[in-house]
Design a protein around this ligand. Structure first.
Ligand code: HEC
Ligand code: HEC
Length: 255
């Protein structure tokens, strides 16, 4: 009997210790995190920036997600690599124009990219729109060689693209390519500075997604490109996606 009571008591004791420990450690922390999560989800980027506690929570969530999910392609410091954009240089492919009046719109654009991905085709064919899954960022840089454009014209266009970014090239090639350039403007803009709704890169700056040598530019124009960023809406929580978007926007702005 004595034994049974002590077994019972020691069980009760360890139960009490576990309960106390989880009360002290996880529950209040969880409650506190849930409260911070909710505040972060509702806060504007400006409000996050003005609140040290929210800012720290955003950094924690975003940095963990970058390490676990984004660094393998975008690099740990998010500076990107061949075919993968730098996320913190304020040179955007999708959505963000830099002309927005508040930080809310660009953060929403980045949230859309992260939630639905770029050129996600991993869904039922019946629900695809123009080849992409619903709400994913989608467009296609055509493969002009396969569309029948000859080598000379592609070479002239390479010169035209280099001319757009301020390089000294054969003026005759530029003149000839200028007649064909209108087929490019739908996605790259008339002046070549890009078109964010279609993810057409700015061709006038010295930032290259696929490399700025004549040969690399030739290869893109001849063979096209379909860069893919996975959708994260199923894998990451809403608050993590909000944290990542705000974090990326802040870092791109140099904060
Ligand atoms: C498998 C590689 C891969 C992984 C993993 C990945 N990305 Fe991407 N991401 C890309 C590529 C490639 C692009 C460029 C798509 C294109 O060509 O438009 C891109 C584009 C983006 C863009 C658009 C940038 C712009 O300039 O508009 C954002 C934002 C982005 N990724 C965020 C993320 C985040 C956040 C994560 C982690 C949660 C992540 N990506 C994980 C490959 C990846
Ligand atoms: C239907 C839209 C569309 C059209 C039309 C189009 N492009 Fe593109 N272009 C893109 C997209 C989107 C990308 C980026 C591809 C990616 O993210 O994988 C791109 C990428 C490029 C790049 C690589 C830029 C870099 O930073 O590495 C060059 C160069 C380019 N296009 C030139 C042209 C030229 C020249 C034409 C016309 C002959 C043209 N494009 C027509 C959508 C288009």
């Amino acid at each position: 009997m004595q034994n049974l009571i002590s077994v019972f008591n020691s069980h009760r004791m360890s139960f009490a210790i576990i309960a106390l420990a989880s009360c002290l450690l996880s529950s209040p922390l969880q409650a506190q995190n849930a409260e911070l999560d909710e505040r972060l989800l509702l806060a504007s980027p400006e409000a996050v920036q003005a609140d040290a506690e929210l800012l720290a929570h955003m950094n924690d969530l975003a940095e963990e997600a970058v390490d676990n999910h984004c660094a393998e392609c975008h690099a740990e410091d998010l500076s990107g690599g061949p075919g993968v954009p730098n996320l913190v240089d304020f040179d955007w492919l999708w959505g963000v124009t830099g002309l927005e009046m508040t930080a809310v719109e660009p953060v929403m654009e980045i949230m859309q990219t992260i939630t639905y991905g770029v050129r996600n085709t991993d869904c039922d064919d019946a629900i695809k729109m123009f080849g992409g899954c619903p709400d994913t960022r989608y467009s296609e840089m055509p493969a002009y060689a396969q569309l029948g454009m000859d080598e000379d014209m592609i070479n002239n266009l390479v010169d035209y693209v280099l001319y757009l970014s301020g390089e000294d090239v054969n003026p005759f090639a530029v003149e000839v390519a200028a007649d064909v350039w209108p087929v490019c403007t739908e996605c790259h803009g008339e002046d070549g500075s890009g078109y964010k709704p279609f993810g057409g890169p700015d061709l006038t700056d010295d930032i290259w997604l696929y490399g700025g040598s004549g040969q690399e530019i030739y290869d893109v124009i001849a063979n096209g490109r379909l860069g893919v960023c996975p959708p994260w809406g199923q894998e990451l929580s809403a608050v993590t996606i909000k944290a990542l978007s705000t974090y990326i926007y802040f870092r791109a702005n140099g904060f």
